[in-house]
Design a protein around this ligand. Structure first.
Ligand code: OFO
Length: 165
């Protein structure tokens, strides 16, 4: 059993995870339009990861006897000039998610809600990896700049990413 305040906050965040999924699926489509099939693969894998994040919140709330509320997800942007721009927006979004996870964790500590603290631990660790991946790709993209060959090399590396359930 969790508090109504905690349940509402987790439900709100669950919807934000769904927004993340839509954001990256849209970026996959934009990357594809730029001719960057590897980046399109990377963002599609990211979309699938975000859906697992969404389902972790859904599952936790359900196991705690709560009924989830799916609030209509906001429309996501679908126009980016470059891959670098996509990654800068991705990093900014992940930093927002990290803040939200931290604030949920603080609330769980304040409420002495041990179950939710343990549930959120996985996300605290996951956010370190998410931000780190984005920073690495931004560094590589800045290094290659406008060099088409360099961008294709990064794109090809992004094509190797596989979804690990
Ligand atoms: Fe990208 O970690 Fe979930 O939202």
């Amino acid at each position: 059993m969790i508090s109504t305040k905690m349940s509402d906050a987790l439900n709100k965040h669950m919807n934000l995870e769904l927004y993340s999924a839509h954001l990256y699926l849209s970026m996959a489509s934009c990357a594809n339009n730029l001719g960057l099939k590897g980046a399109a693969n990377w963002f599609t894998v990211q979309y699938r990861e975000e859906m697992t994040h969404f389902f972790k919140f859904y599952g936790y709330l359900t196991e705690q006897g709560e009924t989830v509320s799916l609030t209509a997800s906001k429309a996501v942007p679908n126009s980016y000039a470059t891959l670098l721009e996509m990654f800068e927006k991705t990093l900014a979004h992940e930093q927002l998610i990290t803040k939200c996870i931290n604030s949920l964790s603080e609330q769980a500590v304040q409420e002495k809600d041990h179950a939710t603290q343990i549930f959120l631990q996985w996300f605290v660790t996951e956010q370190i990896e998410e931000e780190n991946n984005d920073r690495d790709l931004i560094a590589k993209l800045k290094m290659v700049g406008d060099n088409g060959y360099g961008i294709l090399m990064v794109d090809s590396e992004m094509g190797q990413r596989v979804f690990v359930p």
